[in-house]
Structures are given as C-alpha cells and as structure tokens.
Design a binder for this molecule. Structure first.
Ligand code: IVH
Length: 714
C-alpha cells in the first residue's frame, strides 16, 4: 500500500522518469542513480492497475517506463535484481516442476452446507475456547487453484501448487508472471523476515468465456470451468504462455511468519485474521480486504453468508462458498487441526451446481465447420435452478480419458453461466451393462467419411454440402452476431429446411412468404415482420456479412478487422495469404483459412448470388455514411437506459468513431450511465471529458443508422 504522500512523490517521479531516454544513461553510475526509482514507480503503477483497477498513467506511458528499465538492464546486466518488474516473464522452458515442501501443511477446509452445520461449528469452537460469543471473520471462498507463496527478506522466493498438502510443485516462474503477486513487498516494516502465504489463482468469469470461445474457434476442447482453466494455466510449461492467460491471484491466509530471530509472529504480533488481510492488502497484494466482514456470533455469520449466496453471480470471479474463520489467531493453537482441516475454520458451501444423472444415449452433432461433437442425452436433472438434459462430451479423447459409457451414472457440473460438463463417471455404480461409445466413421448427416487431421482432436465432415453443416451455417448467418435477422431463429431455420424452403444461405432472400402464411402458427403479421427483418438485413455493414459467411476462425472481431481494410467483400478474393497475415491479430492459420474460403468456387458463387438478391456486399457510398465521430474515441461506463452498451458502441463505430473499453488520455468522451464503475473515476483523474446519457443521445439522435433505430429507445 502506498500512502497519499508517497503516491504524490511517485507520480512526480513518474513525470521525471518519462523524460529520460536510454541514450542519456551512459555510465553504470547514471543507471544506479535512477534504477531503484524506476522500479519503484513501475511497482506503484502495477499496484494501481492490477490491485486497485484504477491506473493513473496511460498504457503507453507505462510501456515507456518498462522499456527504459529493460534497456538499462540490458546495458548493465549486473544491476538486474530478482524482484525487478522485468523478471516477471522468465524465459526458458521447464520440463517438469521440482517438488518443494511447504513451510506449513496446506490443509483443506471442513465443509458446511446449511445453518445447522454452522451452528454446530460455533458450538464446537465455544466448547473448546470457553467463549460465550466468538468473533469470526467471513470472506469469499474463491474457486480457483490453491497456491502458496514464500517471501524472505522482502523478496518473493518461491511459489508452489498445493500438491498433496505437504509437498507441492515449484511454479515460481509461472507465478512471477501474475501481476497481482508482488515480486517484493516490505514485510520488514512489520518485523517479518520470512512468511508463507496461501492464496488462489483465478480467471475472471468474462475472460474465461472469451478464452473458451477462442479455444472452440481453434478446434481445441474448452475448459470446463474457470477453476480448471486457472489450474491448467499455472502448470503450463512456458511462463510466456502463462503470462497470456490473464491470471490473477487473491491471498487469504498467512500460514507462517517469523521475525529475524525465528520467533513465530502469528497470534503474537499478528493477532487477528482480518488484520492480516489488511496487512497483505497494504503490502500490495490482492486480498479479500473489501469483502471480509468481522462478525460477532454465528447469527451475523449466517446472515453474511446468505447475503453472498444471493449475489454470487454478480461477483466477477467464481465463488463456491464463504470461509468462516475464528478471528483471533491466538486461538488457532487451542483449537488445533485434524489431518485434513483446521478446527478454527469452516467453509460454507453454496448450493451445488453439480448433480448426478444417467446417460441415456449419445448422439453426434455436426457443427457449421463440419466438426462432429458427441452429445450425451441425460435423464433430466436440475442443477442450480436449470434443468439439464444433455451435455457435450467434447471429443473422442475426452470420452476415452474419462472412460464414459452409455448407461453410466455421471457427475455433471454447471459453473456460473458456463455450459454443463461431465466431471467424472461414478464407476462404483456400474452394473456391467454399460455400453462403450462407438465414434462414427462416417458423417451422421451425409454419410461421407470423417477425417481427423494430424494434431487435431476433432473429427470432421469435409463435405461442404453436408445438410447438417448447411443448416448450421444458415442458423449462424441469421444469428445476432452476424446478419441479425429477427424471427429467423434456430427452430425456424430447421423447420424451413425440412419444408424445403431453405436449402442454402441465399434462399433466405427468396423465402416463399405466401406458403409460410399458410403454416400453422404463422399469420399475416408474423410473415410481414419476418419479411421486414430479412429486407433490413440486406443493408447491414459488411463486417456482419463477413461474420455470417462462417469462415473458419473468423469471428466478429476478425470480421471487423477485415472490413476495415476493404471496400467490398469480393475484394478479399484478391488478397494473398501474406497480405492477410499483415493485418492486426491475423496469423497464418486464420489467413490461410480466409484465403481458402475466397478461392473456393462455391463460396464465390454464393457471394455473387447474395449480391444479385440485393444483399449489400460493399460499404455504403461515402456520402451516405455519417462521419460525425471521425477520430473520436468513446468509452461507456454504467448502464444505459436507451439501449444496450453493444448498440451504443455500434452507433459510435458506424458514425466513424471508435468504442473502446479502457480510458486513456486519448479518449474523447466517457459516457456515464447509471452506477458507473472505475472508468468514471479514471476519466476524472485524467481530465477526460465525461458526458451523461442525455448528452450522448443529443449528439447521435439525428444520425442513428436506419437498421439500429429499432434497437434504441429514445
Ligand atoms: S483458508 C487451512 N480462505 O478452498 C485454511 N481457503 O476447499 C486455509 N480457498 O484448500 C485455507 N478461498 O485452496 C481459505 N478465503 C479462503 C479461500 C480458501 C478458497 C480454498 C483453499 C482450500 C480450499 C478448501
């Protein structure tokens, strides 16, 4: 933690350091004169950015400082220290992780599931301590991967996985890439020479979703839940890869702390658990400082646990419960531990998002890219308020690895808003009648032989005319992310396909409306609405059309990038793989896929056909496009009344502006809705202009693109 005064000093230093260039550092003495300040300033900005989520300098300025430090260290390697911010991404691959013994055993927690369990726990604590009312601290139970961190003489010297609780794996280099773990911290100011801290590595839920989306697009199996993603990531062999995963760490327990004479400080100098959490926070760690509550007596504990159970879905990280700890650390010894858990703490588990049920059969679904996914049909079961009746078995390897068979009783999990997933087979419940799952050799839709390219985990049908793929492609074309044709959802597309009204994407623009009118459930009005939606989709911006084409690896982000560099979709027929690769964030695999798509005659003909049916394949003529926001950057924070944030952002982009998610000095306007977040504060700090929703509406109201009008309420 940095005091107000210290912060002012560091901001002053930041300004001075930003003026220094590497050419000015000629001798080692020049370097020595600034290197400590530079490191301190970088650590301070890391803390503002990662711990407070409230940075005071732009990314550009941060990079400049970081780059300067790197250059100085390259010039004078003897000045490199292990806690330098540059040492976060270690190079070199580790083959396997060495084993290390924890300073204190990493015990687990006893679980409680209801009020009664908590009252029993309270009774036991009262009996053992003789207290009438016990003070507890209550904090979230983070559902990630457990870690331990050791600091000695203020330096982060070792980080480990839990392992068997006694011995874990040394993953120091990987943990060094996580910016919420300080590489050094001033423990000495608390009289601490050596300390071991426990915590959890996590991935934010929204980032987790994004990672999975990308994995699916790359044909990789998705992670089941944020916990698995975090656990898998900290054990990656290459720290550089770890650094890309966006991991964060919370610390929540000091398990060992000694002074220079080797005296234990827990319960003597560090007396209360909530104090230890505050100390960790002040030293720059992410700890549940804001979430922790000190409760007098079990009634307050129960109340606080209930409150969190209610809001668990709003929290950005996955939680599986609350942890209730006796606040007085001196009582830990009196209460003792079992071989499994301490008697001074208990987990209050939230309602399980797991359930067991039986696999009735397995079907094989063909996706729009031809990937064949095994899907288990289940005896319906309720998990966290949702009925689950089928679950993806991901791919053949997953089935083999878990030895899943038809008729098996399986444990299903549904974490947050994540798709359900098979955790394990309850092998004890097997009767011997379970049948192995036979993976088909031929496409279940068109019968063509399936292929599995080397190195890939997924079997594919490569027949571009395969009916299942055709239907999936049409569904995707009409979906919200692509051409957004309201009223042409999945069920309707399937129905029209069965009736022979839809055989290919262009058929969407020659639907037999007279026949549709006569179908059951359809009337004059609904057909009119469908017709209108189909007509309107002809004038969508071309990035939506590119998305809708369903080119492998090209989602809406890549489609936008492509659209920014062309005038007409057909232009892409002339681009080489190298040219495509030169675009931002497009690598060889994606470039090759785009190239192949635009060198396939059927695809070219489809685009021609769409064009002849009136679908706009070129950007609107310049004079038609409004450019009122040319060169302007907008950031939205808080909820808008008029429309969703996506629609507001789309309007900004269509009017020539840029909508981004982070505020910097270059931001032109921050639009502040209801309950704004930290971006509002940041805008004020940086002196960026803020406007309210009304002012924003005033700016756009005469320029809203036709097709977006129905999505906005003003
Ligand atoms: S305290 C011996 N506090 O939950 C007590 N653990 O299911 C040390 N966990 O092994 C643990 N959030 O990995 C504690 N706020 C929290 C926690 C927490 C998550 C994990 C921890 C533990 C597991 C038990």
């Amino acid at each position: 933690m940095f005091t107000e005064e210290k912060q002012r000093e560091l901001i002053q230093k930041t300004k001075q350091l930003l003026d220094i260039t590497i050419d000015q550092i000629k001798t080692i003495d020049d370097a020595k004169a600034i290197i400590d300040d530079l490191r301190e300033v970088i650590r301070y900005h890391d803390w503002r950015y990662y711990v407070l989520a409230n940075p005071v300098i732009s990314d550009y300025e941060y990079d400049k400082l970081f780059h300067l430090l790197k250059k100085i260290e390259q010039k004078f390697p003897e000045l490199i220290t292990p806690d330098s911010p540059t040492q976060r991404v270690a190079s070199g691959l580790t083959k396997e992780f060495p084993q290390v013994k924890h300073l204190a055993p990493m015990l687990s927690l006893d679980n409680s599931y209801n009020e009664e369990d908590l009252r029993d726990f309270d009774r036991r604590v009262k009996e053992a301590t003789g207290f009438e009312t016990v003070e507890y601290s209550v904090e979230p139970k983070f559902d990630g991967a457990g870690i331990s961190l050791v600091y000695e003489d203020n330096l982060f010297i070792r980080g480990a996985t839990r392992g068997d609780g006694i011995v874990g794996e040394d993953i120091t280099n990987n943990l060094k890439t996580i910016k919420t773990i300080p590489l050094s911290a001033d423990f000495k100011s608390y009289g601490i020479k050596k300390i071991e801290i426990r915590g959890e590595v996590l991935i934010r839920k929204d980032l987790f979703k994004k990672i999975n989306q990308e994995r699916l697009e790359e044909g990789l199996p998705p992670f089941a839940n944020p916990r698995n993603a975090a656990a898998g990531s900290i054990r990656l062999q290459d720290p550089k890869e770890v650094a890309k995963r966006g991991l964060e760490a919370f610390v929540y327990q000091i398990t060992y702390a000694v002074d220079p004479e080797g005296n234990n400080l827990l319960g003597t100098k560090i007396k209360k658990h909530n104090e230890s959490i505050r100390i960790l926070y002040e030293l720059g760690f992410r700890s549940p400082f804001k979430e922790i509550k000190v409760c007098r007596g079990i009634d307050e504990v129960i109340d606080y646990c209930r409150q969190w159970q209610e809001k668990r879905d709003e929290y950005p990280y996955e939680l599986d419960g609350m942890v209730v700890k006796v606040n007085d650390i001196a009582l830990y010894e009196k209460l003792g531990v079992t071989s499994h858990h301490p008697r001074w703490a208990i987990a209050f588990k939230f309602k399980a998002r797991q359930a067991t049920t039986r696999i009735i059969k397995v079907v094989f679904q063909v996706g729009r890219t031809g990937a064949v996914t095994p899907v288990a049909k289940l005896e319906p079961v309720e998990i966290g308020g949702v009925t689950v009746s089928s679950v993806s078995l991901i791919n053949e390897d997953f089935i083999k690895e878990k030895d899943i068979r038809i008729g098996d009783l399986v444990l299903i999990e549904r974490a947050g808003d994540v798709i359900p997933y098979v955790v394990k087979v309850i092998t004890e419940a097997r009767t011997g009648k379970e049948k192995p799952i036979e993976f088909p050799k031929n496409c279940p839709s068109c019968g063509s032989p399936l292929v599995k390219p080397p190195g890939e985990a997924v079997w594919r049908c490569v027949n571009i005319n395969c009916p299942a793929q055709v239907v999936e492609r049409m569904i995707y074309f009409a979906s919200k992310d692509a051409m957004d044709i309201r009223g042409l959802g999945e069920a309707i597309v399937r129905k029209f396909y069965e009736l022979g009204y839809l055989k290919s994407i262009p058929d969407i623009y020659r639907l037999p409306y007279e026949k549709i009118k006569k179908l059951e459930g359809w009337g004059e009005k609904s057909v009119e609405n469908l017709k209108k939606a189909v007509e309107e989709s002809k004038h969508r911006p071309i990035n939506r059309l590119i998305t809708g084409l369903g080119i492998r690896y090209v989602g809406k982000v890549t489609a936008k990038t492509l659209a920014e560099h062309i005038r007409c979709v057909e232009d892409l027929e002339k681009w080489s793989v190298e040219e495509l690769e030169s675009l931002p964030d497009i690598g060889y695999v994606v470039a090759r896929s785009i190239y192949d798509f635009f060198h396939n005659e059927q695809n070219i003909n489809m685009i021609k056909e769409l064009k002849s049916l009136g679908v706009q394949t070129c950007k609107e003529k310049e004079e038609k496009v409004q450019h009122i926001f040319d060169g302007k950057t907008f950031v939205f924070t808080g909820a808008l009344k008029c429309c969703s944030r996506e629609v507001a952002q789309e309007i900004v982009e269509r009017l020539g502006g840029h909508a981004t998610n982070s505020v910097s000095r270059k931001t032109s306007y921050v639009v502040v809705g209801e309950n704004p977040g930290s971006k509002f504060r940041k805008a004020q700090q940086l002196g960026v202009k803020t406007i309210n929703e009304e002012q924003f509406i005033q700016m756009i109201k005469d320029h809203i693109p036709e097709d977006l009008k129905e999505h906005i309420n003003i």
